[in-house]
Write a protein that binds this ligand. Structure first.
Ligand code: EPZ
Length: 418
């Protein structure tokens, strides 16, 4: 069942409800460790990355149970009795977000280094710079990072050389229980950062400025738990559905979205002559006639999201003319190009630049997903291609999308698991 098969050429039409955000959920699950009280998380996507994170925090002694298909009840651990083991951490890089909350709540943390992944080296120097700035001692031994602090972390002024999402999140979580005020300068501004800050404040933290490049955190002595909290919609899942609508010349309405979070993508799709119509918590995407070639540069939010880059590459592969993509965030995020070429795309990759010459059409083929978003891009391409496409390593796709093929079928796609 690790293959997805697509019979391409069908227009997608209809409406689809967008799930909660993977990347906000993973950070919020880590932040729940900071609390001593029970939490009810709503709009949590049931995807494999979330299930791995649940396995990791329950390994520390937390209780996490699905009350409904998208509501999680969490009882945080009273003490930490374990570490984030390598066999789980290697599946989920985001487990590095446990460092800050474990350090802040329990004074120590032991997390396997996630190591690199397919899209890049993924260093953690900015995470370590921030936690050390708050007074933590860190050491790396045998592939694990050990952190500890005698007494309490102390607020500090921390400048991030790059607006790293994960480093901003780790520092923000650790600072919530630090003594005094912490300033994070050149902070990441992604919507998931704002969602994490809102969750922390719902538990009694004092975080201000999330969403800007300066975040101020006034440390408190403890967090009592915040009752209910609803995760924001997933802007990358929403973007992926928008691209499938455009790629198949369809007409799809997305429900449960925050249009402003989609603006970097909506603007580029409009530039490519796709209709994107905003409603109350909805976006309608209609691709009429001829799409236009466009250029894309991935940047930190509110720039164009790197997590949508592969999907756009697939869409642009049959748009007449030359489109250019510059990937400024990760050093190895063009792997999907080789798979798209097996479907007939004409793409030339030089370092961080990919040049796409639009071809009249793609043809079905056997391809492999190399990472989560590359897998999503191959689904976009398979929906466009004439004939049958088989995508292996479909488990990559399940990391970030809940029942994607079932939901695409509801829009008219001919797609199934094999
Ligand atoms: C988050 O990863 C997301 N993952 C990624 O989504 C997303 O692509 C990325 O942010 C950028 O938006 C989660 O939130 C779980 P970064 P993260 O730290 O936090 C460099 C997906 O498909 N860097 O902002 O790891 C790093 O090498 C995933 O859903 C350092 O140099 O991203 C990269 O070039 C993929 N030192 C750049 O910053 C550090 O200490 C962006 O990384 C940390 C990062």
């Amino acid at each position: 069942m690790d293959k997805i098969v697509i019979e391409g050429g069908k227009k997608l039409c209809g409406s689809i409800k967008i799930s909660g955000a993977k990347n906000a959920s993973l950070a919020v699950l880590c932040a729940s460790i900071l609390s001593s009280g029970e939490i009810l998380l709503e709009n949590v996507p049931d995807i494999s990355d979330v299930r791995v994170m649940i396995e990791i925090i329950t390994g520390f002694g937390a209780v996490a149970e699905w009350e409904t298909p998208d509501t999680l009840r969490i009882v945080p651990p009273k003490t930490v009795n374990g570490k984030a083991p390598f066999h789980l951490v290697k599946k989920l890089r985001a487990s590095n977000l446990l460092l800050g909350p474990m350090l802040a709540r329990f004074g120590c943390a032991e997390v396997a280094m996630p190591g690199g992944c397919n899209i890049g080296v993924r260093p953690m120097d900015l995470h370590f710079k921030g936690l050390a700035g708050l007074g933590a001692g860190l050491s790396l031994e045998r592939g694990y990072v050990y952190c500890s602090v005698p007494g309490r972390l102390k607020g500090a002024r921390i400048y991030l050389d790059f607006p790293s999402v994960g480093a901003t999140e780790n520092i923000m979580m650790a600072a919530c229980l630090s003594e005094g005020q912490t300033l994070i300068e050149n902070a990441a501004k992604e919507p998931e950062i704002v969602d994490l800050a809102n969750f922390l404040n719902s538990m009694g933290a004092k975080v201000r400025g999330a969403g800007t490049d300066i975040i101020k955190i006034d440390g408190v002595s403890s967090l009592e738990g915040g009752g209910r909290y609803a995760i924001i919609p997933d802007r990358i899942e929403a973007g992926t559905f928008m691209v499938t609508a455009a790629a198949t010349g369809g007409d799809v309405t997305l429900e449960n979205v925050i249009p402003i979070h989609m603006e970097p993508l909506s603007a580029k799709l409009r530039e490519a002559n796709v209709d994107v119509i905003e409603g109350e918590g909805t976006l309608r995407v209609r691709a009429g006639g001829n799409l236009r070639a466009i250029d894309i540069k991935t940047m930190p939010y509110p720039g164009f999201p790197t997590d949508m880059q592969s999907q756009l590459m697939a869409l642009l592969s049959t748009v007449p003319g030359t489109s250019v993509i510059v990937e400024n965030i990760f050093e190895n995020r063009f792997m999907v190009a080789d798979e798209l070429k097996r479907l007939g795309a004409k793409i030339k990759v030089e370092g961080r630049v990919a040049v796409i010459e639009g071809v009249p059409s793609l043809h079905g083929a056997q391809v492999k997903a190399t990472d989560l978003r590359a897998g999503a891009a191959l689904i976009v391409a398979g929906l466009m291609a004439n004939g049958k496409t088989e995508i292996c390593n479909a488990a990559f796709i399940d990391r970030g999308y809940h029942k994607l093929e079932e939901r695409l079928r509801s829009l008219g796609a001919s797609i199934w698991r094999k």
